[in-house]
Design a protein around this ligand. Structure first.
Ligand code: SF4
Ligand code: SF4
Length: 694
């Protein structure tokens, strides 16, 4: 065994020992998180290839995204060369993998090219950090240590590339001067080797060895810094995509099965306390007070977070000056586990150091500022779902501490008593239809008829004065089409969406289960609704409780009818008018429906203008997650004003939307800006109905 081998074996042993200890510490912490079983493994694999392999999310910002993507692909290639170095070090060989034949030349040429690309990328990333004041790198959660961490990691990668290219340059020089067989191809290094015209073979060999040792030592150091750095994502980003919520639409929320058991018990008239499932040990806490109340994927997410701040840069709450920052949510989860983890390992699950993630690291003010718009999750390059942690915290605050804002407690009571967030008797739920012919399901079934569609009116459609006008126009269209449909009338109750996203899972499940009982009782198969929130929860979340329906948002339904030619909107009612469309979060981001509303608008003669933030980049109107029913947290501006300003900036005469909440917020925004005379706010159903002269 050569002395090089002996030194190498000692080095790799120390590296692996330290690295294993770091990873083992994390495993110890993971043991205290909640269990979660991953389903849909093939779909996850495909999504991982798409998001991590093809870097589709990072490419949302094409220029800097491409630099990141090239760095990622480059690392994959360089992994081959690094593995070869380890084998060479262990077995005392030189370019051991060259035994694979001509493919080796191709791979080594790519490694050489990517080495240069990554080196340039690192110079760009470091310059951005050190010279340019990029807003998303700053924020209340970013401390100087985070900046040093980033700069240190980028510098190490830069040095890794310098030593890699140095290694290739001097190897090439040595082989060509001393007429040794050149193993591999090195196009960049061959070119750069011209910088050393007078070097001797022995000097080239010495420099090759220096670069080789520098490179491998840096790899070993880097590997042991990573577990304590934000750059842990180098290891965790790809598996993080696999374990994240990639198998469901963004609008889907995980079911709390322990609540389902309780709700079913409560709703079962024949159940007795003896039927209650036996709890072993302490009953499980509802929601999350601390990092160890979260499930293991949440903790994994927090370790994988790159602290890039893309999430915070699109967060409507943060943009408008509120305290909430989704990046902080992830960073705090990691910090909190680092703080509490050792105590848990030493003293067991009951360990309490008097601090908590919720109400300690994350304040109520931050947690209640979230609109559940999912802009952060959409933007995260490694598919972290930040709102799911915020929701767990809200669940804790509401169900364990009864600490919801007073206005939300009022809507919970209203939903419980009246089946709607507003104080409005359930028996008045058909008043919106006065003067219109609207078939009611119970009447039709009494006549032995089973309509093809159920029109789900939704609480806002039945009660909110402005949105009642929208559903009336939509029903006129349904009647014009002679569609075989019915509404539930006073049997319809709130979908529970607001309750769920405000943390009241118990109330949500009670609403969901009772609605499903009614819907399944009528054997409903197809549902149309104007409300994207109800559309999302009935389509994506009711199946968890046995409610499986084909659900259409009214924009999807109208688009199909226009395409079939059954609705003619080709009139001059809006000719020359400028229309801009605001994407509702729960139709767009949550369910990826961006085209249907735009296709409808395309069919209506008018001038279409897009807001700067549109489609998946669209900014929330500020109403989701219960915000519409409560005072906004303090900030520089209200979200609805910001979004209305963006719409007004287009110079539009009409701001069009397709959601009752968006309609309320944008109407308020137009009033706030004193633009009621010049700018109108219409739902897309109204534009269709008016265009048709109904
Ligand atoms: S869901 Fe929306 S409001 Fe909530 S943290 Fe994410 S971006 Fe911010
Ligand atoms: S959660 Fe995602 S988007 Fe936000 S800072 Fe972390 S990696 Fe970046």
């Amino acid at each position: 065994m050569t002395s090089k081998q002996i030194i190498f074996i000692i080095l790799i042993f120390i590296t692996l020992a330290v690295f294993s200890y770091s990873i083992w510490r994390y495993f110890e912490f993971f043991k205290f998180t909640k269990k979660k079983r991953l389903k849909n493994l093939w779909l996850r694999l495909w999504k991982t290839i798409e998001v991590a392999g093809f870097q589709v999310k990072i490419m949302r910002r094409p220029v800097i995204g491409l630099v990141h993507a090239l760095t990622f692909w480059g690392f994959l290639m360089i992994l081959f060369a690094s593995t070869e170095m380890i084998f060479d070090g262990l077995f005392g060989t030189e370019k051991m993998f060259s035994a694979i034949g001509p493919l080796y030349n191709v791979i080594m040429a790519l490694v050489d090219i990517f080495g240069l690309i990554i080196l340039i990328a690192m110079i760009i990333f470091l310059s951005r950090r050190l010279l340019l004041h990029v807003k998303r790198f700053h924020g209340i959660e970013m401390r100087p240590i985070n900046e040093y961490d980033a700069v240190l990691a980028l510098t190490i990668i830069l040095l890794l590339m310098v030593s890699l290219l140095g290694m290739n340059i001097f190897y090439f020089k040595w082989a060509t001067i001393s007429h040794h067989e050149l193993k591999g191809a090195y196009p960049v290094s061959e070119f750069l080797s011209r910088l050393f015209p007078f070097i001797t073979a022995s000097a080239a060999w010495t420099w090759y060895q220096i670069c080789w040792w520098t490179h491998i030592t840096l790899i070993f150091i880097f590997a042991n810094i990573l577990p304590y750095s934000k750059h842990f994502h180098v290891f965790l980003a790809v598996p993080n995509v696999f374990i994240s919520k990639v198998d469901k639409p963004l609008g889907y929320i995980d079911n709390m099965e322990n609540i389902t058991k309780e709700v079913k018990m409560m709703m079962d008239p024949n159940a007795s306390f003896d039927d209650a499932p036996e709890e072993e040990g302490n009953p499980e806490r509802f929601g999350a007070l601390d990092a160890d109340d979260l499930d293991w994927t949440h903790y994994f997410n927090s370790l994988a977070c790159t602290q890039c701040g893309r999430c915070t840069s699109v967060c409507p709450a943060n943009i408008t000056g509120k305290l909430l920052s989704p990046r902080k949510v992830m960073m705090n989860t990691r910090y909190r586990m680092k703080e509490k983890g050792p105590g848990l390992v030493e003293k067991g699950r009951d360990y309490d150091d008097g601090n908590h993630l919720v109400l300690g690291y994350l304040t109520e003010e931050e947690l209640w500022a979230c609109t559940m718009c999912n802009a952060c999750a959409q933007e995260c390059p490694i598919d972290i779902n930040q709102p799911s942690i915020i929701l767990e915290a809200r669940r804790y605050l509401v169900m364990e501490e009864s600490k919801a804002p007073a206005e939300l407690n009022t809507i919970f009571t209203n939903i419980e008593n009246n089946g709607a967030p507003w104080q409005f008797s359930q028996h008045d739920r058909m008043l919106w239809a006065e003067g219109l012919e609207v078939p009611v399901m119970s009447d039709l079934v009494a006549k032995n008829k089973k309509p093809e569609y159920l029109f789900w009116v939704g609480s806002a459609g039945a009660i909110d004065d402005r949105y009642k006008k929208v559903v009336r126009e939509f029903v006129k269209i349904l009647n014009y089409l002679k569609l075989d449909y019915a509404v539930l009338g006073i049997e319809e109750s709130d979908s529970g969406d607001v309750a769920r996203r405000s943390g009241n899972e118990m109330l949500y499940q009670m609403q969901a289960l009772s609605n499903i009982e009614v819907l399944n009782g009528y054997e409903v198969k197809k549902i149309i609704t104007c409300d994207p929130h109800d559309f999302n929860t009935i389509k994506n979340e009711y199946p968890d409780f046995g409610g499986n329906y084909e659900v259409h948002h009214h924009t999807q339904f109208l688009q199909k009818e226009i395409e079939k030619g059954t609705l003619n909107v080709n009139s001059d009612k809006f000719a020359g008018k400028k229309i801009t469309y605001h994407d509702p979060c729960y139709l767009g981001r949550a369910n990826k429906e961006y085209n249907a509303p735009r296709d409808i608008l395309k069919a209506i003669p008018s001038v279409k203008v897009e807001m700067e933030k549109n489609r998946s980049f669209a900014m929330c109107c500020g109403a989701g997650g219960g915000q519409m029913f409560k005072e906004a947290e303090k900030g520089d501006k209200e979200v609805f004003i910001d979004r209305t300003e963006q719409a007004l900036d287009t110079g539009a005469d009409i701001i069009c939307t397709a959601c009752p909440f968006c309609m309320t917020m944008l109407t308020d925004g137009i009033k706030y800006k004193n633009k009621e005379e010049e700018v109108k706010n219409y739902d897309i159903a109204e534009l269709v109905s008016i265009s048709m002269g109904l």
